[in-house]
Design a protein around this ligand. Structure first.
Ligand code: SF4
Length: 208
């Protein structure tokens, strides 16, 4: 048990919920084939979260970061680290291994924890319940705000203010409320064209 915790602290092992080769459905890299590694553990607590099974890291097998990296790199050179909240963990070992194998590494994060590891593309999706740390605002390549209700447009503007000005800005309808919010997002983006629409195209395509 002590050894297991030490490996988790070092990042040489991680609680891996699932890993799979698919098509990135959201944001800047929509339509791109990528290998997803979903790391368990999240304490951000979004009420509309569609991966609540990821929250408790103890439910997911502790796996060797090196083995997962090798498996992922054998399928794709584009890797997406997602969760849960992947920055709850030390990502130095897994990203070092992936880099050695020639991979480009993307991360999907709420930004609630400091960055670790060597990341090529940071997708910041901030949440009201646990706001990002400044470092992630400063280094994000895309800002993707999930729109569940009208107030989220205001939240999106506040978050864009805090994010570096090179980041690409996306508004994405929360899936369960998409019929109501998608027309409002279309209207908002036409009035405020610095924003782009992101859709969860993998859900329309019925792929993971
Ligand atoms: Fe779910 Fe992501 Fe929110 Fe965590 S940050 S609760 S994984 S939507």
């Amino acid at each position: 048990m002590k050894e297991k915790n030490m490996d988790l602290n070092l990042g040489t092992s991680l609680p891996i919920m699932e890993h799979f080769y698919t098509i990135q459905g959201e944001g800047r890299h929509t339509g791109t084939a990528a290998y997803f590694i979903r790391i368990g553990g999240c304490d951000v607590g979004c009420h509309w979260c569609d991966v609540k099974e990821s929250w408790d890291p103890n439910l997911h097998p502790v796996s060797s970061a090196e083995e997962i990296a090798c498996l992922a790199a054998s399928h794709s050179k584009t890797i997406v680290l997602t969760g849960g909240e992947p920055l709850m963990w030390n990502l130095n070992p897994i990203t070092r291994q992936l880099k050695d194998l020639g991979c480009t590494i993307h991360i999907e994060t709420s930004g609630a924890y400091p960055l670790s590891g060597e990341i090529d593309w940071i997708c910041l999706s901030p949440k009201k319940t646990s706001l990002p740390v400044q470092e992630v605002y400063d280094r994000a390549h895309e800002l993707k705000v999930i729109v569940f209700n009208q107030h989220d447009f205001l939240f999106a503007e506040e978050q864009a203010e805090k994010t570096n000005d090179k980041a690409v800005l996306y508004l994405q309808p929360e899936w369960s409320n998409r019929e109501k919010m998608t027309p409002k997002i279309i209207d908002y983006v036409m009035k405020n064209p610095k924003w782009h629409i992101s859709l969860q195209t993998h859900k329309y395509l019925n792929i993971p």
